[in-house]
Design a protein around this ligand. Structure first.
Ligand SMILES: [Zn+2]
Length: 406
């Protein structure tokens, strides 16, 4: 079912008997109820052109599966008219896992995207999946508890390029030990549910489906920067995440820039943006001066405390990143640049550096109405994005129809 078909149906093409090429399925009906486009059986009939009998059968199947609550069931809780149909967002949960270089976050979300429980664990930089994933599994099992609704899906985000088909990180030299290792087997003990994998900046961009892309008049085109230990970019173009032909879109940090010529990068190459702008490089610079910092979060804490050098490093990082963002802005003409990741938490300083370069290098047209905004979910953006990904997949019409048949 395409958005266009839905839009056409929503605008009331009276007498539409067909819903796309095929008749609307139960999964399609659930989509209409979830998004609030329909709240009654007659809404569903009007939007899909299905017969009364077909609507009754499909709604019964959704109700039997616990995905839809009927008005009669809700009457006791008050507030809903008897004929109304409501998506049951407590019919299951999804698990979200945001793996970073030195810290992993895990959380449980209901099907409306509300966080129910969360925790975080620190790990050694460079730890491989055999060290990290069992701890992640243990944390998730602890969050779930014995009375938890069924787990319908799990989404995991990783820094670097991922192969969603194989559920593994690929070609990511900064995550040694993770390449080509499928992650699903580590979590089978926690839940018998499909695993979806995402790049960390893409997950952050996806969180904005529930943030700036939903609020603020429904932004459809965003650039979402993750400026943390590494530098990555998530691209939301016409409300779709742009992953690229092999999942590598937005790998801003390993673009060569003039100021970095000859500097060795953690990817094995030289001259990358990260060597002059990423958290790992700025921390290394401070350490070389004998400063007591071990993580980008230490740098951020110093900057927050008013440390002039730390603030200067962050502003310079923003300026360097802005030089490349300026090109992306001219290329994609976004409504806003959303700044996330540890370094963006010192928002005014980081955004000032970025603005300086963007306004100097982007076209006047592209920047005339451009906004700069902090990431809606701050340091939870990766988790929220993973939850949004899992929910989108497990509640897609095809996935719902498959569950009803199974
Ligand atoms: Zn590099």
């Amino acid at each position: 079912m395409s958005e266009a078909v839905l839009a056409g149906a929503r605008e009331g093409r009276d007498g539409a008997r067909e819903f796309g090429r095929e008749l609307a399925s139960a999964g399609d009906l659930l989509q209409l109820l979830r998004t609030g486009r329909a709240t009654t059986r007659s809404d569903l009939r009007r939007l899909t052109g299905l017969s009364r009998t077909a609507i009754v059968n499909r709604v019964s199947a959704l109700s039997d599966a616990g995905l839809v609550l009927l008005g009669a069931e809700l009457a006791s809780t008050g507030g809903r008219p008897p004929g109304s149909l409501v998506f049951n967002h407590t019919a299951g949960v999804v698990l979200a896992v945001a793996i970073g270089r030195s810290r992993s976050q895990v959380a449980v979300f209901d099907l409306a995207g509300t966080e129910l429980a969360a925790s975080a664990v620190d790990q050694e930089i460079g730890a491989g999946p055999d060290e990290v994933m069992p701890v992640v599994a243990e944390q998730l099992a602890g969050l779930l508890g014995p009375d938890s609704p069924p787990v319908l899906g799990i989404a995991v985000s990783l820094p670097g390029v991922v192969d969603p088909e194989r559920g593994a990180s690929v070609d990511t030299p900064v995550l040694p030990g993770w390449n080509d290792v499928p992650l699903a087997p580590y979590l089978t003990e926690v839940a018998d549910a499909p695993l979806f994998l995402a790049n960390d900046a893409d997950a952050m961009a996806r969180s904005e489906y529930l943030g700036h892309a939903q609020a603020d008049g429904g932004m459809r085109n965003l650039l979402v920067l993750k400026a943390s230990t590494g530098i990555g970019l998530g691209v939301l173009a016409d409300r779709a995440i742009v992953a690229g032909s092999r999942g590598g879109a937005g790998d801003l940090g390993h673009t060569k820039v003039p100021d970095a010529v000859g500097r060795p990068c953690r990817c094995g190459d030289t001259g990358c943006l990260e060597t002059v702008a990423a958290g790992w490089a700025l921390v290394a610079r401070l350490q070389a001066e004998g400063r007591a910092v071990s993580h980008v979060r230490d740098l951020v804490a110093h900057a927050r405390g008013g440390d002039a050098e730390a603030k200067q490093l962050l502003r310079e990082s923003g300026r360097q990143v802005g030089e490349l963002l300026a090109v992306a802005i001219n290329l994609l003409n976004p409504q806003a640049v959303v700044l996330g990741g540890d370094m963006s938490e010192v928002y005014d300083v980081y955004a000032a550096g970025i603005r300086e370069s963007v306004y100097a290098r982007s076209s006047a047209f592209a920047t005339r109405e451009l906004q700069f905004l902090p990431a809606t979910y701050g340091d939870r953006a990766g988790l929220v994005g993973c939850a949004a990904l899992a929910i989108k997949r497990v509640l897609s019409p095809a996935a719902v129809d498959a569950r009803l048949v199974g």
